[in-house]
Design a protein around this ligand. Structure first.
Ligand code: SIN
Length: 284
C-alpha cells in the first residue's frame, strides 16, 4: 500500500488496496496507524457492497447505530440491509427520502458529538455522485489548536462546550427534537473544548458545530463571541482539504481530529452515499 499526502497538514490517499476483499491483519493494522496519524484516508475506485463496507469499518472498532433521522432504515424498505449503515442522499422514492441531508449545504460539524461517547471514525462511500458540487471539506483541528494565539489557548484551559443535539448539519430539526430557547438550554453533550487524541497524545479543538454551541459557565454573549472567534480560526484555508467525489471513493476520517462540511449541489442529479460510524469513548 502507498500513502500520498492530501495536504501539507493532514490526510493521505491510500493506493494499492481493494477494500471489496477482506484485509490481511498487517494491512488493517497499517491502515489504523495511517488513520490515527493522518486523520483522513481516501481510497479511490472501490467496489463495495453493504457487507464489505461494514467489514472494512469494523477494522476500526465496533460500529455505532446511525443518528436519529426521519429516513428509512434497514428493514423499513430502505436501500441498505445493514442497520449500521446510514444513507446520505437527495433521492426521493415513492414520496419518501431514501437518505438524510438532502441536496443543500451541510455546515461544519463533527459527527454525533452530541452524544456522551461520540464516534471515533466515520466511513463514507460514494455509490452515486453528481458531476459538480457536493464537495466535502475537512479541517484539521490539531492544526487549528496548534495555530491559536497563546492568549486564546489560555482562555480555553479546562473549559467544556455543549454540543447541541436538536439540529442536523443540514439545519433540520431531528425527529422528536424541539428548537432550544437559548444555547445554554440546548440538549446534547458537554465535552472538553480541547480534547487529547488517545493514540497520539495530540491536542485538538473539539467544537462540534456552531449552531447552539455554548461554553459552559460563560454568559451567552461571552460564549457567542468566543465561539465566533474560534470558528473563524479553526476552518482557515491552510487547515482545509476539499474532497471532490468520484463514484467508488471511500473516505474514513477521525472525528477526534477533524471537522467537515459539504457544499450544496443541483437536485436534478442523484447523490447516494453510505456511511458507517465507529463507536467511541468519552472525550478527555
Ligand atoms: C456527513 O456529514 O457525514 C456527510 C458529508 C457529505 O454528505 O459529504
Amino acid at each position: 500500500m502507498e500513502l500520498v499526502a492530501l495536504s501539507p497538514v493532514f490526510g493521505f490517499e491510500v493506493r494499492g488496496l481493494d477494500l471489496g476483499f477482506p484485509l490481511p491483519p498487517d494491512e488493517a493494522q497499517g491502515l489504523r496507524r495511517a488513520w490515527s496519524r493522518g486523520s483522513l484516508l481516501v481510497f479511490r475506485g472501490q467496489k463495495m457492497d453493504d457487507a464489505a463496507l461494514v467489514r472494512f469499518s469494523r477494522h476500526f472498532g465496533e460500529l455505532e447505530l446511525p443518528p436519529a433521522s426521519s429516513t428509512r432504515r434497514a428493514g423499513d424498505g430502505g436501500i441498505t440491509t445493514q442497520p449500521e449503515i446510514w444513507v446520505i442522499s437527495n433521492v426521493v422514492e415513492n414520496g419518501k427520502p431514501i437518505g438524510a441531508l438532502g441536496y443543500g449545504e451541510a455546515e461544519w460539524h463533527t459527527d454525533m458529538s452530541y452524544i456522551d461517547t461520540p464516534p471515533t471514525a466515520s466511513v463514507l462511500y460514494g455509490l452515486e455522485v453528481p458531476p459538480v458540487g457536493a464537495d466535502t471539506w475537512f479541517a484539521s483541528q490539531h492544526a487549528a489548536f496548534e495555530g491559536l494565539p497563546a492568549e486564546l489557548k489560555e482562555k480555553l484551559a479546562g473549559r467544556r462546550v455543549n454540543h447541541d443535539s436538536s439540529y442536523t448539519s443540514a439545519g433540520e430539526l431531528r425527529s422528536g427534537a424541539s428548537a432550544p430557547v437559548t444555547p445554554d438550554r440546548a440538549p446534547g453533550a458537554r465535552h472538553p473544548i480541547v480534547r487529547t487524541h488517545p493514540e497520539t497524545g495530540r491536542p485538538a479543538l473539539y467544537l462540534g458545530r456552531r449552531r447552539n454551541g455554548w461554553i459552559e459557565g460563560l454568559k451567552i454573549e461571552e460564549s457567542e463571541a468566543l465561539l465566533d472567534r474560534l470558528w473563524a480560526e479553526c476552518v482557515r484555508d491552510d487547515y482545509v482539504y476539499k474532497h471532490k467525489w468520484q463514484q467508488g471513493d471511500l473516505l474514513i476520517w477521525d472525528n477526534r481530529a477533524v471537522v467537515h462540511r459539504r457544499d450544496a449541489f443541483d437536485n436534478a442529479h442523484r447523490r447516494v452515499l453510505l456511511r458507517t460510524q465507529v463507536r467511541g469513548n468519552k472525550p478527555f
